[in-house]
Design a protein around this ligand. Structure first.
Ligand SMILES: *Cc1c(COP(=O)(O)O)cnc(C)c1O
Length: 306
């Protein structure tokens, strides 16, 4: 029996701005607002929807039968791909990293309910066959399908992510801050921002202290860009009690739910940087809440208060 909440369409009107207030921030002349892309749909939230937009147009334009993409068992991108394909009347295939476990994850169960065909690949084969450099293998194997790199990376993904800033008046902000995985969303934000704004990315992957992700580098036009590399909490999808405590306290203080892979680390980093005095008086910060809350279903019950 399909879960009725999966059938609701994405509603961009619901991406409201939330003002976060602390008297110490007010006193220092720092305004903080969060763009709640997590609100656009109960499970298909956030930036993945935007990154898929132009891939879907491409698939329809080329009269493809469907779209095929890649991800882990809790991937926000896989779920968004399944939903977006369904909405456009396309079929979808998800190539999933790792062997099929005894129990399918809630994310993949939702994706299947949305009509996605799920295929599992061993981690070794996934590494060998599913990188951005191996997409041709899939184009040949599935000629009727539009092949989308993991996470919706690539030019269409950047162009779609640039439209996130159409939801706000971007001129209101001195700083735009977002989590960085592949860097595709940040690249889109850079493309849509003005040169006087500072774009700050918080890397959720280990190893970006020496260089920036390629999409970010290629989008830069002399913008002021900063990648904060010290908030990955051990690497992708890693966490510690400090992060979980922070996420619960952020919910208590502001009613703001976050996910442990991306937005929890983003908010942690931004608060820490405010406290360290990194933003001058008069700064107006826009934090992009890129969604991903469904991924918290991989945590043991009771870990989070929300
Ligand atoms: C995928 C994802 C990101 C990272 O986006 P990139 O374009 O890969 O950098 C950030 N936040 C959430 C919630 C995501 O699902």
């Amino acid at each position: 029996m399909p879960d009725p909440k999966l059938n609701l369409l994405v509603d961009l009107q619901k991406a409201r701005l939330q003002n976060l207030e602390r008297s110490e921030w007010n006193n220092r002349g720092i305004r903080v607002e969060v763009l709640r892309l997590d609100q656009i749909h109960p499970v298909i939230s956030g930036n993945k929807w935007f990154k898929l937009k132009y891939y879907l147009e491409e698939a329809l334009h080329q009269s493809k039968q469907g779209i095929l993409s890649f991800g882990g068992a809790y991937s926000n991108h896989i779920l968004a791909t399944a939903a977006a394909a369904r909405e456009k009347g396309l079929s979808s295939i998800g190539i999933i990293r790792g062997e099929k476990g005894q129990k399918i994850s809630p994310t993949l169960a939702d994706a299947e309910q949305l009509g996605m065909r799920i295929e599992f690949l061993s981690r070794k084969d996934y590494r060998r066959l599913c990188g951005a450099e191996s997409l041709e293998f899939w184009t040949k194997s599935y000629p009727g399908y539009c092949i989308i790199a993991e996470g919706g990376a690539g030019s269409p993904g950047k162009a779609g992510a640039a439209e996130i800033l159409q939801l706000v008046d971007p001129g209101d902000y001195t700083h735009i801050l977002a989590a960085v995985g592949t860097g595709t969303m940040l690249a889109g934000l850079i493309m849509a921002s003005s040169l006087s704004q500072k774009i700050v990315g918080v890397s959720v992957l280990k190893g970006f202290d020496k260089f920036s992700p390629e999409p970010v580098l290629s989008a830069a036009r002399g913008n002021q860009i900063q990648i904060l590399a010290g908030y990955h909490f051990g690497g992708y999808a890693r966490k510690n009690p400090d992060l979980i405590r922070f996420m619960n306290s952020c919910y208590d203080e502001f009613g703001l739910p976050t996910d442990f892979v991306y937005t929890g680390k983003l908010l942690y980093a931004v608060f820490d940087q405010i406290n360290k005095g990194s933003f001058p008086a008069g700064s107006n910060l826009l934090i992009v809440h890129s969604g991903g809350l469904q991924g918290n279903r991989s945590l043991p019950a009771g870990t989070l208060k929300f």
